[in-house]
Write a protein that binds this ligand. Sequence first.
Ligand SMILES: Nc1ncnc2c1ncn2[C@@H]1O[C@H](COP(=O)(O)OP(=O)(O)OP(=O)(O)O)[C@@H](O)[C@H]1O
Length: 272
Amino acid sequence: MAHKILIKDVAKVYGTRQTVDALADVNLTIDDGEFVCIVGPSGCGKSTLLRMVANLHRPTAGSVEIVTERAQPWPTAMVFQDYGIFPWKTVEQNVAFGLRPRGVGRAETRQRVGRWLQQMGLTDFAKVYPASLSGGMRQRVSIARAMAVEPEVLLMDEPFAALDAQLRRVLQEELLAIWQKNARTVVFVTHSLDEAILLGDRVVVMSARPGRIIGEHHVPFPRPRTPDIRATAEFAALEQRIWEQLRSEVEQATGHTDPTSLGESATLEVAR
Ligand SMILES: Nc1ncnc2c1ncn2[C@@H]1O[C@H](COP(=O)(O)OP(=O)(O)OP(=O)(O)O)[C@@H](O)[C@H]1O
């Protein structure tokens, strides 16, 4: 398959007098249409990496490239944990945002907004302002907005982390179904190994800061997938393998040495 994202020898240092080494020696190639999940301890530079792919941050060293025929506007869209939608715009105005700057005409905008409102179950809320929506509905607006621009690469930074456990599962399942219908390249940052395995074709594991890639795991479940794969022994075994690789990094990042004492401060979620 053709390569879509090429991350070569990337390092990121924040600050000038007091510096933070966020990333070091990051090399990652993502194929066109691949769904890659990135997991790693808190503060290891996952968001930094995503922002570099979004062209919001520049690497201090190395390069981040998206293979595309239309570099203007930048061919990514991003979904954030805190939704990032505009409170002063209605749901449909939020979903339409981003289409005009991309030169999408009125008729096409109406058609795309209608389609994505429908796909995300938002049609009845088109004229509503975000303040009256639940967190789950706001995140649906955010996903609809990102998908409406038909990005070549969709970047998702812990999009479901603020939702309660049940709602999170519902949105995971919706995203799984949407992606299987509209396959495109996705880079998805999460603290949840369960989520990463359910959704991803590949799970990339990062070390404690400065973040490096310390492992990559192919997710062997064929598409289309359903959430039933969670109940398989293969799923549990893969989750365990990834956790074993990650545990010492999480301990390092949190200052814990006894894994049984991670408790409330655990920075990774492992279903067990
Ligand atoms: N603009 C900035 N200026 C200075 N330091 C920053 C900046 N942005 C991030 N950092 C630091 O860089 C490191 C990596 O941050 P980043 O947010 O990329 O990590 P993360 O893995 O996404 O964290 P989390 O899992 O907690 O969201 C952290 O130590 C963070 O404090």
